[in-house]
Design a protein. Sequence first.
Length: 64
Amino acid sequence: MDTLPESGYMRPAQVVRHFQISESTLWNWVKNGKFPKPDRLSDGVTRFDVADIRLWIQNRKTGS
């Protein structure tokens, strides 16, 4: 499994590999507000901010 970078952005495929989920699960989580929304950097370039993912992980650990 890939490790989560310290900062920056991750491609959707990297997020899928990191969490060992399917792409459809990732987009369902985003759609239902269960995972941070990605940033659209330009046409055809969508990335997830690692800081948002780290905050999401921390909130899940603390139950927030």
